[in-house]
Design a protein around this ligand. Structure first.
Ligand code: BG6
Length: 492
């Protein structure tokens, strides 16, 4: 039985709470998974009476819940909620919250979810501690920190030092929502619950690995956050690096939190550092210009509200990395992400080496296509394997076919990454949350790139919104035949 707790959300009126946290909690309510006594305290700066707040939550859920709301569930959900107003720069806000939480109606176990701008993470935790709210004499206390954890290695170290004065590592839940995605977890299951991939999963058979997350959405209303962040920090240092660690890691001793994270850290530690002089050969950045997405005209990044008209913040970033260990040495891992691209897609695409001899070479094809294994995370949730077969007919010609295995059938319920992670949080399972050393090693990998880009403030290549990245990005490829794999189906 899951222990009861009080969940306190800082930044409850923010974008993440609206789009993800409140809907995820509501879906857990519907599925009857929240502990009956659990309370949810929503902290925000704006003044809201309790009834205004509940009306606001109702509106948020109508917009973001997967299914139409049901009266009983919404009533139960509303009964757990209380709004707490206050300016977080004012110590009285925390004193007021401490008084509220000491009321016996609020279960003593507490989760503080810090969904606020990264600059204030440390101050909020310090203020909680000053009011004795992290004291664990009677019950547990957990704090969730959203990404990005710092903006480079040094700032991550400083943040960690600050948090470490008030929190133990086992109380600190660094969230990366990619780890909560079912298909991301499926990377682990595909690898470690099936023996057939293991003999092939190494430098002898694999030619390249591409890890992609492209979006069609632009920066929207998030320029305040994005301008100082950019694609490399926002997506690549966190989500894509986690995916790479899952693809490249050795089998852990067990699936316990620390065993799993030990193996992920080993991958990140073995990534060959990018030398300052190699940044241009291994990294590429670009920004979206005006264009059309799904037939609709969309503005350039520089025309988005809140963006500096001279900004060189990258909305697209790609890296070539090498995991220099026994298994992977020499295999390029290409990681790329971009906003306002031709398609929205998240996938791990692995291509295999060519057979040593081509018996079935046709007149037209010098080099038959390689085998690909594609773990598609979104929009399709599937595994795809591409192999060469003989074409029907008398001639000995080959062609490539794809074997597709959807991961989800119609009867499987949809869940969002945040639902699983919120349950893990309440249950104290840290396996899918990041340990500090993972974050620090990931920063170590991207720091040289950030350093060089920070000095090149005059120019950034652009690509029209709604299109793939410029061909200039091919300069990061290790071999002449490497190309971006854009789609699940091979390019025509
Ligand atoms: C967030 C980034 O962490 O991930 C956003 O801050 C990005 O910029 C989002 O849009 C993408 O997540 P998903 O789950 O849609 O791939």
């Amino acid at each position: 039985m899951t222990e009861s707790c009080t969940l306190i959300i800082f930044g409850a009126t923010g974008n993440l709470a609206q789009r993800k946290l409140l809907p995820a909690l509501y879906h857990l309510e519907r599925a009857d998974l929240l502990p009956p006594e659990m309370r949810i305290v929503c902290s925000g700066r704006k003044a809201h009476s309790q009834s205004d707040w509940l009306a606001y939550v109702q509106q948020v859920l109508e917009q973001h819940a997967r299914e139409p709301l049901s009266g009983d569930d919404t009533d139960r959900f509303a009964a757990r909620m209380v709004y707490h107003q206050g300016d977080l720069a004012d110590p009285a806000t925390f004193a007021g919250m401490a008084t509220l939480l000491n009321d016996s109606n609020y279960p003593a176990n507490r989760v503080f979810y810090v969904s606020l701008p990264p600059a204030v993470y440390g101050d909020v935790v310090e203020a909680l501690d000053r009011q004795g709210m992290l004291e664990e004499s009677d019950a547990w206390r957990r704090v969730v920190i959203e990404k990005p954890f710092g903006c480079d290695r040094e700032s991550a170290q400083n943040l960690q030092r600050k948090l470490g004065r008030h929190l133990r590592e086992d109380q600190t839940y660094r969230i990366d929502h990619y780890m909560g995605k079912a298909m991301v977890q499926n990377v682990l299951v595909s690898r470690f619950a099936n023996l057939m991939f293991e003999p092939l999963w190494n430098r002898n058979y694999i030619d390249q690995v591409q890890i992609t997350r492209t979006e069609q959405l632009g920066v929207g209303s998030r320029a305040g956050f994005y301008e100082g962040t950019g694609a490399l920090r926002d997506m690549l240092q966190s989500h894509l690096m986690q995916l790479m660690a899952l693809v490249a890691m050795e089998p852990p001793v067990s699936m316990d939190a620390d065993e799993l994270r030990d193996e992920k850290v080993k991958v990140l530690k073995t990534v060959r550092p990018i030398h300052h002089d190699a940044v241009h050969a291994q990294a590429y950045r670009a920004q979206y210009g005006a264009g059309r997405v799904d037939g609709e005209a969309v503005p350039a990044y520089l025309e988005e509200p809140g963006v500096d008209p001279h900004s060189v913040t990258e909305t697209y970033a790609a890296l070539r990395l090498y995991v220099d260990n026994w298994r992977w040495r020499g295999v390029p891992f290409y990681l790329r992400t971009g906003k306002r691209m031709a398609e929205a897609r998240t996938m791990v695409a692995i291509s295999f080496k060519q057979p040593p001899k081509h018996f079935f070479r046709t007149a037209h094809i010098e080099r038959p296509p390689p085998n690909w294994l594609i773990m598609s995370i979104a929009p399709e949730e599937s595994l795809r394997l591409e192999i060469s077969v003989k074409e029907p007919g008398l001639a000995m010609k080959t062609r490539q076919i794809g074997l597709d295995a959807p991961f989800r059938c119609e009867h499987h319920a949809q869940t969002d990454a945040y639902e699983g992670l919120l349950m893990d949080l309440i249950e104290g399972d840290r396996s899918l949350f990041l340990r500090y050393d993972e974050v620090e090693w990931a920063w170590r990998i991207v720091d040289p790139v950030l350093g060089v880009w920070a000095t090149e403030r005059d120019f950034i290549p652009t690509h029209p919104a709604g299109q793939w990245e410029p061909e200039e990005s091919y300069r990061i490829f290790d071999k002449a035949h490497h190309r971006w794999r854009h789609r699940l189906d091979p390019e025509p």
